[in-house]
Ligand binder design. Sequence first.
Ligand code: PLP
Length: 441
Amino acid sequence: MSTGLMPDTGSLWMPFTANRQFKAAPRLLVSASGMYYMSHDGRRILDGTAGLWCVNAGHCRPEIAQAIARQSRELDYAPGFQMGHPLAFEAASRVAQLMPAGLDRIFFTNSGSESVDTALKIALSYHRARGQSQRIRFIGRERGYHGVGFGGISVGGIAANRKPFTANLMPGVDHLPHTLNIAEAAFSRGQPAWGAHLADELERLVTLHDASTIAGVIVEPLAGSAGVLVPPRGYLERLHAICAHHGLLLIFDEVISGFGRLGSATASEYFGLTPDIITLAKGINNAAVPLGAVAVKRVIYDSVVGAADPGSIELFHGYTYSAHPLAVAATVAALDIYAREGLFERARSLSSKFEDCAHALRGAAHVRDIRNLGLVAGIELEPRPGAPGSRAYEVFLACLQRGVLVRYTGDTLAFSPPLIVEPAQIEQIFGTVAEALRTIG
Ligand code: PLP
């Protein structure tokens, strides 16, 4: 445990944080192991959020740390343009093995945001390669979160993330309605029965813009960051069918749902659907080193690669750190852990306990909805009049004080513990929230 003096917090411009509020009373994490963080003031904090939905195998796993250390001594960096290194190829094969059949071509990025922008470029390149360069539009969804690049905020649908940049967003983007309807589906356990018909809005947009101008549709199969939005039963299946019918590429953003969160390698597998492209990051290497990836159907790769002159670069895109040796070393080690410990199956077997504990808060003060799927849950609170978000923030602080880290977005509390979570820890997480809610006005 390393605790110490509070650092000078002045220089750091913190991401997605109320900087002034935070710096007035900083909350620092200084070490971690398994299910726990250690705070700057020496308190053990149960991680109810797997960091930011990413540390799926729990913290500081020695096998991953050793793989990174070994790699940093052996080959710290190798250029990924016009050169390769063995682990890049091995990691790609390993990731491909976990994807739905046919999505076996993997492009590495450094983050979910980069994966999304890469996926959009690949979709455009695919259509162009097939002589359909007029397919330039994308359809996203309200409340969708696809990271913070200009591509991602354009197809994304979180108003606050878009508002300062509305004049600069990508052209040619339209949005489906989101699927959350508390009046119709409050306190649904798992997938709501109401809402599949909302997928038919895609037919309306296709009629409006004409299929021949649309490159693809991007959605999170399970939306996490916008407050845990669980897809209604039958909704994704309809989206999939409409995309297939009109030749639109379906992109599932699985940055959160990939690598076990729903109890399968991917949400695509969980729902029994095969999209055309899947974006990944976070759990891809237990978040030990920044890494993202895009998995594409082989036909997409073959089309783009085959359309270029032999000897010429087929896709003018890539990052200095694509398949960084340390990041992919961590991937191979993390995927080994997931497989050896059966963590995806573990998530599946814990999901009904998780659901029961989350829904036990029905009737607690201020709770207006509870939503869940796999090892994800959201508890939406009634916002305070004139002070939206303040109630969830206070619950977050009260839980932290009691030794449990939860997450909040707006007035929704979100839960996504590492997949190694024990049943007693699930009880502790939701029990702590119940206590915290009793202290909040
Ligand atoms: N896509 C989804 C679905 C996400 O949940 C996130 C992050 O939470 C991103 C993209 C962006 O990932 P990153 O923060 O690694 O850029």
